[in-house]
Design a protein around this ligand. Structure first.
Ligand SMILES: [Fe+2]
Ligand SMILES: [Fe+2]
Length: 298
């Protein structure tokens, strides 16, 4: 079994400081095989905000796959926005804009969807999709294939269609050809899990798309609480459990969990009754050694 802690939309510069410590504890206690952060690590892409984000990430287990979001591109500094939009992200957070993780049970590919030309919407391009296809197709279907972006490929009900990452249909064709299983994203500040077969009819491909809410930001949507996801991966099952901030308890509590199974028609949600019979081997989570933090950049 593998366990992914999926965080998103940290928005350093506009975080609720009271939940940072409890979040670090909750993530470490979860004992993840991998920590994923699906973008918007800062509020306004300022160096000090990136330094705070870096200090936070250094308190979490590794390995980590971190991708940028639209807030990690400078908004007001027009020169930086167009000349070197992700320079600070790359310097402080992650130099590789296509981070990749692999082990015997899963592969995880991060992709940058943040762009200079659009203020908040994102897109993927042909080169990125071809690179993903090359990477994911080189693995057989014995491993679970995961893609991490900031902007989502699919939406929970009630969201503006423009929130979907540009050229998503092209990317979904590639994902279908390589059997991508799990699409992790953020941006909406809403936690959700569903399958893509309703929006995209591509053969019998049905990936699982999972949104993480904002883990630390004060920019929560509606009555959403701060949250993150703990995702257990053990083929043919994936369980998505939300951990939800409870201010009275000053901790992240276990929230609802949904379990999905890979069928010949792709990933499908199990009923609670059937899901209750599915067990995950907690001891097999395999917490990776905490690699020493890299030297802080100037
Ligand atoms: Fe965000
Ligand atoms: Fe965003």
């Amino acid at each position: 079994m593998r366990k992914i802690v999926h965080l998103s939309d940290l928005h350093f510069g506009r975080v609720d400081e009271s939940l940072v410590g409890p979040l670090v504890s909750a993530v470490n206690e979860a004992g993840p095989s991998l920590v994923v952060v699906s973008g918007d690590v800062t509020q306004r892409a300022r160096a000090a905000q990136f330094r705070e984000a870096r200090a936070f990430l250094d308190r979490l287990p590794r390995p980590q796959v971190v991708v940028p979001g639209n807030h990690d591109v400078p908004l007001w500094d027009v020169l930086a926005r167009f000349r070197s939009p992700l320079e600070k992200f790359r310097r402080h957070v992650e130099d590789d804009l296509e981070p990749f993780y692999e082990d015997e049970e899963m592969v995880v590919a991060g992709v940058n969807t943040a762009r200079s030309l659009t203020r908040k919407y994102g897109r993927v391009n042909v080169r990125q999709v071809e690179r993903l296809r090359e990477r994911l197709c080189s693995y057989g279907d014995r491993v679970v294939k995961v893609v991490v972006t900031h902007h989502p490929f699919d939406l929970p009900p009630g969201h503006d269609e423009r929130e979907i990452v540009g050229r998503a249909a092209m990317a979904m064709e590639a994902f279908a050809s390589c059997g991508a299983d799990l699409l992790l994203a953020g941006h909406l500040h809403v936690g959700h899990a569903g399958h893509t077969a309703e929006r995209y009819q591509i053969g019998n491909h049905s990936a699982l798309f999972v949104q993480a809410g904002t883990a630390t930001s004060t920019r929560v949507r509606g009555d959403e609480s701060n949250s993150f996801n703990v995702i257990r991966v053990k083929r043919p099952h994936i369980q998505v459990e939300r951990r939800v901030w409870q201010p009275e308890a000053r901790s992240f509590k276990h929230g609802p969990a949904e379990t999905f199974r890979r069928t010949p028609d792709g990933w499908a949600r199990l009923t609670d009754e059937v899901a209750a019979g599915v067990t995950f081997d907690e001891d097999g989570a395999g917490l990776q050694p905490n690699i020493p933090a890299r030297a802080a950049d100037a």
